[in-house]
Design a protein around this ligand. Sequence first.
Ligand SMILES: *[C@@H]1O[C@H](CO)[C@@H](O)[C@H](O)[C@H]1NC(C)=O
Ligand SMILES: *[C@@H]1O[C@H](CO)[C@@H](O)[C@H](O)[C@H]1NC(C)=O
Ligand SMILES: *[C@@H]1O[C@H](CO)[C@@H](O)[C@H](O)[C@H]1NC(C)=O
Ligand SMILES: *[C@@H]1O[C@H](CO)[C@@H](O)[C@H](O)[C@H]1NC(C)=O
Ligand SMILES: *[C@@H]1O[C@H](CO)[C@@H](O)[C@H](O)[C@H]1NC(C)=O
Length: 518
Amino acid sequence: MLRKRKDTQKETLNEGHRRFASNSTQASIIGSATRSTTNYISIALLAVVLVLTVCNFISLKRLENYDFFKNRKSEDTNKQVADRPRVWIRGQRMEAGYLKHVIDVFQRIGFQTVNGSFQEWDILWSHEYPFTKGYFKTLKPHQKVNHFPGSGYITNKVSLATSDLKHIPVAFLLPKSKDKLLKFVEENPDHLWVKKSNDHRGIRIENLTVSDLDSPGTFVQQYIHNPFLIDGKKFDIGIYVTLTSVKPLRVYIYENDVLLRFCFKEYHPFDENNIDSYVVADDYTPIWEMPSLRKYYVDLNLNMKQSLNAYLRSMDVDPEQIWTQIEESIASVYVAKETMMSQLSTAFNSSRHFFEMVRFDFLLDEHLNVYLMEANMSPNLSSAHFAENKLLYEQVIFNLLSLIGATRSLDIHSWTNYPSKAWDMRVSDKDLSVYEDICSSTECHLSCKSSNCQVCFYCLKDDFKLHLKDAYLEHNSKWGTKRLIPSTNESFIKPMDSVNELNRLWFIGKCIQDESWC
Ligand SMILES: *[C@@H]1O[C@H](CO)[C@@H](O)[C@H](O)[C@H]1NC(C)=O
Ligand SMILES: *[C@@H]1O[C@H](CO)[C@@H](O)[C@H](O)[C@H]1NC(C)=O
Ligand SMILES: *[C@@H]1O[C@H](CO)[C@@H](O)[C@H](O)[C@H]1NC(C)=O
Ligand SMILES: *[C@@H]1O[C@H](CO)[C@@H](O)[C@H](O)[C@H]1NC(C)=O
Ligand SMILES: *[C@@H]1O[C@H](CO)[C@@H](O)[C@H](O)[C@H]1NC(C)=O
């Protein structure tokens, strides 16, 4: 169609050129025949010819502009809309606007929003856990979903609190662990307890009564009674954590900034009935209203994390000890839950369809020990209450989308279909080769059995290569995020099975090649 139209245009154009040429010839003939007549007539004639020529030219040009640009424009716009990647954003009562920043960032990176119930989509961003809702039965190879099957092992309060991990205050599920609890209380009579349930937001300090211990669906957790206070207020530290793969496990944290939220009221004098003094609620005190932090956050224009660091240093405290514990705690949770989660992913063709960002909330005690309170699925990214948080939320979303490859919208429909030309220029097989000294040994050439040889390119299995290519791309687009797992630090928490060991070995190999991987 397009070609035909263009050919027709060409003909019109040539015809126009011919006419223009013959007009000029006419003009010169006329000129020579009337040399003896007065200048007056010749000028008049010339003027007429000139006007005719110009008219001819203008109408030709107009024709050309009109037809040509009109067609091209509409073709281009249609093509753009069809090719633009599609995100299906959904959540209950979305009209309330709490997903505004999510929608904005997706649009800014070139996505069009669609209704996936009847339109094609590339990414599903679901506020609710989508796997029990029947939003989809199967996933097409290129589709990505913002939750992992089984992420509830991490975000479910009971499941997390009863994980028996360092940095998580001890907790007991009732009535199942009633006896254990009673024994523990006997040995630690000074502990305070909070009763929690999965359905209820928020917590409340309770004196344990015998009747409590038999009510199903609740659990009690040790209450951290000596929190670290700033300007007399208790606060929590929200860390945005992204999981991009299980088996092998890859976990990242947003490193540039954190969310600090301070209790509405001062902690002392302590009173259990004054919940606003020990629970961070929706109308918490923001950092810019905290006298000791305001000067960093507002006057020096630092972000929340930098402000906290600067404040702690001014108190002669090294903030690194906090961040190290926080990283340890997050890593330990994923390592503990990975196997259960990966079993649920097997219902799908590949766990490469999934990514998930959650917010881990931490608390410090007065000795700067770190405690993990909660991991929130679909953390609130709405700045409706505190407009100043817009920047943080948009950066968190943008960094996440960059990490998972959504900002590389070129050829998005084939992002899982290696190899293709579009991918080789970003990550090719050559980028996967590590340990050239070991891999050139006779031992490895004879057999891939030895664990050192398994990471040699010629020993890698095809599906594992895809994971490594994902990891390579994440490394190059991680922006303000930091990889926690796998870590090249030998003494850092790590999953111990063979798939993850092989994965870690590969990262160490990359780290030897280029220290930005360490
Ligand atoms: C999407 O389409 C489905 C099916 O037509 C409809 O029930 C649903 O309300 C639509 N959702 C939105 C947000 O428009
Ligand atoms: C399943 O995954 C493999 C490798 O990840 C891929 O090659 C294949 O196309 C996928 N099949 C379907 C039906 O998605
Ligand atoms: C718990 O018991 C103590 C001492 O018996 C009492 O002072 C306190 O008010 C009680 N707390 C609650 C929340 O009932
Ligand atoms: C998110 O937080 C805002 C206040 O900042 C609140 O108005 C809104 O209800 C919250 N949304 C959800 C889904 O919790
Ligand atoms: C390696 O990990 C251990 C354990 O978490 C930590 O104490 C140490 O500081 C880390 N080393 C480096 C260089 O990060």
